[in-house]
Design a protein. Sequence first.
Length: 95
Amino acid sequence: MRKPPNAVVSRSIAAILAGYLISNLCALMIAILLPLPQIDAALTGMTLSFAIYSAAAIWAFTAKTAFRMWMGLTITASICVAILGAYYFWIDTPL
């Protein structure tokens, strides 16, 4: 069964934009929270961001409904933002 063109456009936008947002938020979170030297933590976060972006793009096209896809991506981004916000709230000097 073919999907309507607007469903494909919605999933493509989610894969590109939401995947980019989630991968960058997770890379930042990993770089801040890993107990490594700053350069190593940043490189680890950026390296893992490629896998996270790929996972978000795969999720965008394998979710059964567009609602489930958008909710999964939104919840993931919200969790990353909450962790980063909590870190900056409780630590005096951010990195």
